[in-house]
Design a protein around this ligand. Sequence first.
Ligand code: HSE
Length: 414
Amino acid sequence: MAYIAVLGHGTVGSGVAEVLFTHAESISRRAGEDIKIKYILDIRDFPDLSYSELFTKDFDVILNDPDISTVVEVMGGLHPAYDFVKACLEKGKNVVTSNKELVAAKGAELLSIARKNNLNFLFEASVGGGVPIIRPISTCLAANEVSEIAGILNGTTNFILTKMIREQMSFATALKLAQDLGYAERNPAADIEGHDACRKICILASLTFGSHVYPDSCYTEGITKITLADVDYAESWGGVIKLIGSVKMQENGKIQIKVCPMFVSRESQLGNVDDVFNGIMVRGDATGDVVFYGKGAGKLPTASAVVADVIDCVKQQTSRKFLYWEDAKADFVDDYKNGETQMFVRCKGANISEAFDAAYKVFGELRELSRKNPEEGEAAFVTPMMTEYQLEEKLAALKALGVETLSTIRVSDY
Ligand code: HSE
């Protein structure tokens, strides 16, 4: 019998309990022994559950119980999750977490403690929810040099954008719906401002390139400024707007990493990843592009990834530990403004022809876009490929010609 403890009984924690209770038999068969939850830690009371007797408010009871070989951390947030996880690893307990904030901020340190103590620290659920991505990158694709990863990594924003695109639903109504469905973070700013996707791409970058990439080194832009006008222009371009997290290894040995809304062609696989689904494209030198697709948020998809990690911990008490990366290397992350992109620009002049005249003067060539019922003086276009520094200069030149930029969205080539 393997005894585990679950820290947190929110959306994911209750899902973990549900999966472990309902699939007990098949899980035992796969793990090679029964897995039993001995404690659930939560500051709230749950008197009406059939397993109410498992709850404790005292973390030390769990820490000091030698029966507990694996601890599941599904509380979210950095504190006290970090303190609890670190204490468990130092005490000789394997840890499984779905907490991307924790892994993105403290992954290198926690992996190093786990390695020193010959323990597993696993976090499949931290990226992609129910979509397997951590294990495939670290094992199945291990023979490849991965040069680039690009993905729709946040279910809530993808759900909101899909509702805006398909149903012209307002941003606020779609966000409320996502929260009601249990997709959103406790603080939805983490979703809509892009921080959740940022943590996830940082985890994938750290895992892929072996050096910790901290979230504050990743340029991050959310979806709060996206309007239905931008959605219309994306459609006239032949695509949709998606929040994309991307990382790319460059020839100079530095990575370009960012999270931002992008125009994505409807012909690309990522352009067809809708609703709460995540899609992650991994570009390997031997495999070419491999795309992972599935539900990136929600109680049971995420719990499924957590419980699979628990099964691994139980099966592999004395072996494995393949996840590892070093602490950050200096200058590993390149200035995002050195990166090249095409940009969608929506702008406004005294009238549409003056706006386009100015845009041609500044950019030389453009791809003009149109939509039904544009605002007076509104012009929209896609620029040629250039660095973000060059773009910044050109947008300043456009402003000097009396044309105000209303929005800019990067254009992907995925
Ligand atoms: N809020 C996250 C999302 C949950 O919407 O993707 C899963 O990480």
